[in-house]
Write a protein that binds this ligand. Structure first.
Ligand code: AHG
Ligand code: MN
Ligand code: MN
Length: 352
């Protein structure tokens, strides 16, 4: 069942809009009902994991309300401060980070948190079984222009005792859950606990997360790529060669015409790929030759790769192999990202 093929429609919103008859006859399951019987890679989801996901989703619902209010919520504009990566923080970067910190600090399910917007790890009040990493607001450049943005999260097992930075430095293959929320035309949660990918839409009326798709699969083949083409002159030769071949279309070596999309919010670009296939690339480039790429491994690359693999896609760290096998050495380390439709990622690997 792809995202576009609804499992169930909430029904009532359509009715409220006077569109009764458009809704599916099936009734939608809410997130807590889903979590109660959810499976992980190794059996039923533990209660602590269920509780943690419910708490994260609850905070994201409150971020969605702020995002929807825009200027009315004081959510636009720049804070003027810089994060550890030297990026200027937007109001919403900081507010979203604070909401996640405050909403989860007392969680019995957590030992600690780490975020794009915090230099160091944040030990939580309890010593619960999990660590949470997040990009509180992805797509910062799109906040002020009313284009889709999101939150990305990753759940790792805690190592016991007071959390240390080293405890967070686990490869993506150790993740027990990951997902993202897109704040777009719809507010959508895409979640994996290691046994498939499930999609929930925030019902604007009831504020409940209602399941709209299950066991989502990414098409293995595609004719659509996503890359910031303005960096073309800075790319390595294999990336250039791959995109050149896509641009050559039907007459070129790929034998088909390609389309291009670049939202510039990873959540939105990845969500399009989860929904209808495609590849997303943020490769190494010459602008910052000492860094593997722009995006961050722990709270962008790894959680998105877990979702993509669980949906049957592939994700590689440029020429460094499978993303989920990369051994992290730093909390904020960068990574090259190539992910999406399995056969297309494999085709790109062939250019190395
Ligand atoms: P963030 O807003 O969390 O810093 O992430 C922005 C990232 C990612 O979402 C997006 O794919 C990429 O930056 C866009 O980069 P360009 O500005 O090069 O398009
Ligand atoms: Mn981001
Ligand atoms: Mn961010």
């Amino acid at each position: 069942n792809r995202c576009g093929a609804p499992l169930a429609s909430p029904g009532s919103p359509a009715e409220r809009a006077g569109m009764a008859g458009h809704e599916s006859p099936m009734s939608a399951k809410d997130l807590s009902a889903f979590l109660a019987t959810a499976q992980t890679a190794s059996g039923p989801a533990p209660a602590a994991l269920q509780g943690l996901i419910a708490q994260v989703a609850e905070v994201c619902a409150s971020i969605a309300t702020l995002v929807a209010g825009g200027a009315l919520s004081g959510a636009l504009g720049s804070r003027g401060t810089e994060n550890v990566q030297g990026e200027v923080q937007k109001e919403l970067d900081v507010i979203s980070n604070d909401l996640l910190l405050n909403g989860l600090h007392g969680s019995p399910n957590l030992s600690g948190m780490a975020s794009e917007e915090m230099d160091d790890i944040h030990p939580t009040a309890e010593q619960g079984p999990y660590l949470l990493l997040f990009d509180p607001l992805d797509g910062s450049s799109n906040i002020d222009v009313n284009v889709s943005i999101g939150t990305i999260f990753s759940v790792l097992p805690a190592k016991g005792g007071a959390p240390k930075t080293e405890h967070f430095l686990q490869p993506g293959s150790a993740q027990v859950a990951a997902g993202y929320v897109v704040y777009g035309p719809q507010t959508t949660l895409v979640l994996t606990l290691g046994a498939g990918v499930f999609v929930f839409t925030l019902d604007p009326a009831s504020k409940a997360w209602l399941q709209v798709a299950e066991n989502v699969r990414i098409a293995a083949d595609t004719k659509e790529f996503a890359i910031n083409m303005s960096n073309m002159r800075h790319w390595a030769q294999p990336v250039r060669a791959y995109i050149d071949d896509c641009l050559a279309g039907k007459e070129g070596p790929r034998g088909k015409d390609f389309n291009m999309r670049w939202v510039a919010s990873m959540v939105a670009d990845v969500h399009r790929i989860v929904s209808r296939g495609g590849v997303f690339m943020y490769p190494w480039d010459k602008r910052e030759p000492g860094k593997p790429g722009k995006l961050r491994l722990m709270y962008e690359g790894n959680p998105m790769s877990f979702v993509v693999e669980q949906a049957g896609g592939r994700s590689i760290a440029g020429d460094a192999g499978r993303m989920l096998d990369v051994q992290p050495t730093q909390l904020h380390q960068r990574v090259a990202v190539i992910l999406g439709s399995a056969n297309e990622v494999t085709a790109i690997e062939g250019y190395a």
